[in-house]
Structures are given as structure tokens and as C-alpha cells.
Design a protein around this ligand. Structure first.
Ligand SMILES: Nc1ncnc2c1ncn2[C@@H]1O[C@H](COP(=O)(O)OP(=O)(O)OP(=O)(O)O)[C@@H](O)[C@H]1O
Ligand SMILES: [Mg+2]
Length: 138
């Protein structure tokens, strides 16, 4: 499915559509260049799932943020600074996936070897300053 976003709130709305179909234990892989809107997309997911959207930021240095949503936890990871899949494995990625939360990974292509087979892949491409192409492959 390909969506077109004209602004931030569109991107959050598209994330809200994806959030409706999520089940506990799902993993989302987010890819796109710096500033594409990956973290904004996560903000939309958290808001739609009843969490505090203001607490969402890129976990670039700490690797993992955890947000309590209404019925589920969200594990937000960022693979930008990791050398590869082993680094995420070392912080317990496999155990996280087994917690029944929603796991979302920015820069997921860097760790594609450890993503579960059923991962939902989302690629965000900047068209211009405020529009984005958002491709969701489930
Ligand atoms: N339609 C849009 N959707 C999402 N973000 C948009 C849109 N238009 C403009 N922006 C801007 O693009 C930027 C996206 O930043 P964001 O932190 O979400 O990117 P990112 O992909 O997570 O980057 P990084 O790889 O650095 O973590 C924000 O400054 C946001 O305001
Ligand atoms: Mg980000």
C-alpha cells in the first residue's frame, strides 16, 4: 500500500491507519533517509495506541525507548548507530520481540538479518519539504 502525506498530521494519520491493524508482538521496520519522518510516524503510532506522543523521540544514542500505550507497550529502537544485527542482539532484541509489545525499528535495513519474517516494512521517502511517499508492505 502506498500513501501520500502532505504534512506532519497526514503522516500521523497514516500511522494511525497502520496502528489499527497491529497485534501484540508485531514488529515494524522503518526505513528512509535522515529527516524522512520515521520518528514522526512512530509518534502517530503511539498517539493512535493511546500513549503519550510527546514522549516520542529518536532513540539514536540509547538504542531503545519504551512507551506505555493503552493496552500494549511499544519498544522503539534505532539502528542508525549500530554496527549490525549483533549489536541489537546484544541488547536483547529477540527477548523484546517475545514480550507481546509492538516493536518499531528505525533504520531497520541495517539490521535486516534479525527482523522477524512477518515484519511490516515501511519506507518513507521525502518528495519535497513537506510531502512524503509512505510505502507499507505487510
Ligand atoms: N509530511 C511529513 N511527514 C513527516 N515529517 C515531515 C513532513 N513534512 C515535514 N516533515 C518534517 O520532517 C522531519 C522529520 O523528522 P523525523 O525526526 O521524524 O525524521 P527521521 O526519519 O526519524 O530522522 P532520523 O533518521 O534522523 O531519526 C521533521 O522535522 C518534520 O517536521
Ligand atoms: Mg528518527
Amino acid at each position: 500500500m502506498v500513501y501520500h502525506s502532505c504534512n506532519l498530521s497526514d503522516t500521523e494519520g497514516i500511522a494511525g491507519q497502520v496502528a489499527k491493524r497491529l497485534r501484540p508482538g508485531d514488529c515494524i521496520a522503518l526505513d528512509g533517509e535522515l529527516g524522512a519522518g520515521k520518528t514522526q510516524f512512530v509518534r502517530g503510532l503511539v498517539r493512535a495506541l493511546g500513549g503519550d506522543a510527546r514522549s516520542v523521540s529518536s532513540p539514536t544514542y540509547v538504542l531503545l525507548h519504551i512507551y506505555a500505550c493503552a493496552d500494549v507497550q511499544m519498544f522503539h529502537l534505532d539502528a542508525y548507530r549500530v554496527a549490525g544485527a549483533d549489536d541489537l542482539e546484544a541488547i536483547g532484541f529477540t527477548e523484546l520481540l517475545a514480550q507481546g509489545g509492538i516493536t518499531v525499528v528505525e533504520w531497520a535495513a541495517r539490521v535486516r538479518d534479525i527482523l522477524p519474517e512477518q515484519t511490516i516494512h515501511i519506507r518513507i521517502t521525502a518528495i519535497d519539504e513537506s510531502s512524503r511517499r509512505i510505502e507499507v508492505v505487510e
